[in-house]
Design a protein around this ligand. Structure first.
Ligand SMILES: Cc1cc2nc3c(=O)[nH]c(=O)nc-3n(C[C@H](O)[C@H](O)[C@H](O)COP(=O)(O)OP(=O)(O)OC[C@H]3O[C@@H](n4cnc5c(N)ncnc54)[C@H](O)[C@@H]3O)c2cc1C
Length: 349
């Protein structure tokens, strides 16, 4: 078999790159072993604003200008809605926070998302003596459903192999790569936190951030907006909510822990004054890089090998923009923003 590209990993990153290849009429084959992909755990929020400090997350607004139409195109392709706009209500904790909210909401990018007025309308069972700051143009992308639909479509076209890519079988030649019976011009690695298993790119400084979430049921509360205080509480319909998430930089396992559960419940109980039942736990590792910026580019020694990773905490917003940047670099020799370029990290060859 001869293809233009081999793609290793089909989370949000790999999927977004595949979509670029399809648009350009390139041939490809995908390998994915479906192991603990955070792209598939419940979450999927898009929100370009950091709600601790009321500042925009790095390039998130600019990226979302590309990524939103990208998901809308996929909605057309699969004739299904994946984007759910969901307002976020940030609980304000003091007069000072109210003032900070009003000042921040007046700034250029922020005004696209932050509504300037403070809402004092109480929500039964939610403690909010200083009211809420409301965010618009934010919501959720149904990552798992989208990945499943895209995968099904690729499997039918024989472009998807549900298998582990075994690095020892890869032969890198000057003008192509060879993997068992597949010849390809290039290979793109988008393995998320499994980057450390990749002998070509494991020199890059990934610092995985474990995140845990609770799925709860609140029989007396049925709201259609997200509440944010110390944690997010995101509605999933039928009185169900996802509460999260924690950050742990040491533990790299996929086990749910008592400590995380206690932390989430403590933060939840600080504003939720209604009885609830925990019905599930979710655990994942975020592919976070030392300097909190993504990673794209060609391998410094083997130019037919490229990497697409470091989506960190905002994969939904970042993935399509990043995939496009890498595609334009590989196919059109466009330069990569230096903050995202793997060249910022040195390799000892
Ligand atoms: C608790 C938690 C909550 C989050 N909430 C949000 C949120 O609300 N909004 C948001 O935007 N982001 C959120 N994120 C972050 C987001 O999930 C990630 O940024 C994103 O999913 C990373 O996507 P990826 O494609 O890089 O990696 P992954 O999703 O990990 O995909 C990588 C894929 O590669 C495959 N793979 C790896 N190695 C191989 C191999 N050798 N052979 C074959 N296949 C391989 C894996 O099986 C996997 O399917 C959250 C993360 C966590 C942990």
């Amino acid at each position: 078999m001869k293809v233009d590209y081999i793609i290793v990993g089909f989370g949000l990153a790999g999927m977004a790159f595949v979509a670029e290849l399809e648009k350009a009429g390139k041939s490809f084959i995908v390998f994915d072993n479906n192991e603990n992909a955070p792209s598939r755990i419940v979450g999927g929020m898009y929100n370009p604003i950091i709600l601790k400090r009321f500042t925009p997350a790095w390039m998130s607004h600019e990226m979302w200008q590309y990524s939103l139409p990208f998901y809308q195109e996929l909605e057309k392709k699969f004739k299904k809605l994946y984007i759910t706009p969901i307002e976020i209500k940030r609980i304000l904790h003091s007069i000072e926070e109210q003032n900070n909210w009003i000042v921040a909401s007046d700034k250029a990018v922020m005004s696209e998302y932050m509504q300037p007025e403070i809402s004092n309308k109480q929500v039964t069972g939610i403690l909010s003596p200083y009211g809420f700051g409301k965010l618009k143009n934010v919501g959720r992308v149904e990552g798992e459903e989208l990945l499943n639909d895209y995968k099904k479509y690729l499997v039918a076209k024989k472009q998807f192999l549900e298998k582990s890519f075994e690095y020892e079988h890869l032969i890198v030649r000057d003008d192509k790569v060879q993997y068992l019976n597949i010849d390809a011009d290039q290979i793109v690695f988008s393995e998320g936190t499994y980057l450390h298993q990749n002998p070509f790119f494991n020199y890059l400084p990934m610092r995985e951030a474990k995140g845990e979430m609770l799925v709860i049921e609140i029989p007396d509360l049925d709201i259609d907006f997200t509440i944010k205080s110390g944690v997010f509480m995101v509605p999933f319909g039928n009185n169900k909510y996802v509460v999260g998430a924690t950050y742990n930089w040491e533990d790299k396992t996929f086990n749910s822990t008592k400590e995380a559960r206690e932390e989430l419940e403590r933060k939840l109980n600080s504003f939720l004054k209604l009885p609830y039942k925990i019905i599930d736990y979710k655990v994942g590792l975020r592919p976070t890089i030392k300097d909190r910026r993504p990673l794209i580019g060609r391998h410094p020694k083997y130019p037919n090998l490229a990497v697409l990773n470091g989506l960190g905490t905002r994969g939904v917003i970042i993935a399509p923009y990043l995939a496009k940047s890498l595609f334009n670099h590989l196919e059109k020799q466009e330069s990569i923003l230096k903050e995202m370029d793997i060249k910022r990290y040195e390799i000892t060859l």
